[in-house]
Design a protein around this ligand. Structure first.
Ligand code: ZN
Length: 280
């Protein structure tokens, strides 16, 4: 069978990489595009615009605008669900075909699909963390605090225009009360590694440990523009385990990949599930 975008040969070669034992998968934005999250825009709404995290920390007005926009968007944005690619990955792990899942995405979709040994290199936009005491809450819970602090705000802005970045035009935010940590009154921020910040050492160490114990590294839906991903590829190369890349468009490691499949992640992961006899 020859389906548009991939061949049986690709899938057979990919499936063969799993023969010696569990592999590890590293995913990027490409796996979430089929859930309706646009590539390159930072999954997990907001911030759809690149978050200027230093401004966020330094400037109350920036935080007022952030939380106001987040609260309004949360009521209007459709809920985004894991797609067949995320479900296939979770099924591979359940079936013992993967020792874990490493992702560059902050959309939380692997976790919602059922991934267990999950390393979210850049954090999770659905988690809010206190910069003072490091406690964490769900975004939904903190947005509930926002609504209590700012009664009527979300209703008043329900029909606010949407700017080109997909964020609500919330207008004057000078009166907006920003939620703060109930324990230590610290500044709350999304638990996400933004541009200019570093992946926390223990998080990277967990990813590295997965690569160390895997029999192959599968890269799906990432061009590997991010340095952390490249470092994991280096680990795999040092160990001499095979590297496979499934991506739409060129990647930084195409020349080093033992298997390079051009195309979307979802259809290939679903076909791989069939080839491995794993029920997604
Ligand atoms: Zn705190």
């Amino acid at each position: 069978m020859q389906t548009e975008g991939f061949t049986d040969t690709d899938i057979t070669a990919l499936a063969a990489l799993f023969a010696p034992g569990p592999a590890v998968i590293l995913t990027g934005a490409g796996i979430s595009t089929d859930s309706g999250i646009p590539d390159y825009r930072g999954a997990g709404s907001p911030p759809r615009t690149p978050m200027r995290i230093h401004e966020f920390m330094d400037d109350l007005r920036y935080r007022q605008r952030f939380w106001a926009g987040a609260a309004v968007n949360a009521r209007r944005a459709p809920v985004i669900d894991p797609n067949a690619g995320h479900l296939a990955v979770a099924a591979f792990e359940r079936a013992g075909r993967l020792n874990g899942v490493i992702t560059q995405n902050v959309d939380g979709l692997h976790g919602r699909a059922g991934a267990r040994e999950l390393v979210e290199l850049h954090g999770n936009g659905d988690t809010i963390r206190c910069t003072g005491c490091d406690r964490r809450w769900s975004r939904t819970e903190v947005l509930g605090w926002f609504e209590k602090l700012n009664p009527g705000f979300v209703e008043q802005h329900r029909n606010a225009a949407v700017n080109p970045d997909g964020d609500a035009e919330v207008g004057d935010v000078s009166a907006v009360q920003v939620p703060q940590c109930p324990q230590c009154t610290g500044i709350l921020r999304p638990d996400v590694v933004y541009f200019g910040e570093f992946v926390p050492v223990p998080v990277f160490a967990r990813a590295e440990a997965l690569v160390e114990s895997a029999h192959a590294l599968i890269i799906a839906g990432s061009s590997l523009a991010v340095n952390t991903g490249i470092r994991l590829v280096h680990r795999a190369e040092k160990r001499g385990i095979p590297i496979a890349v499934i991506n739409r468009g060129p990647t930084a490691v195409d020349a080093r990949a033992d298997l390079r499949i051009e195309g979307g992640t979802t259809e290939h992961l679903v076909a791989l599930a069939a080839a491995l006899g794993v029920r997604a």
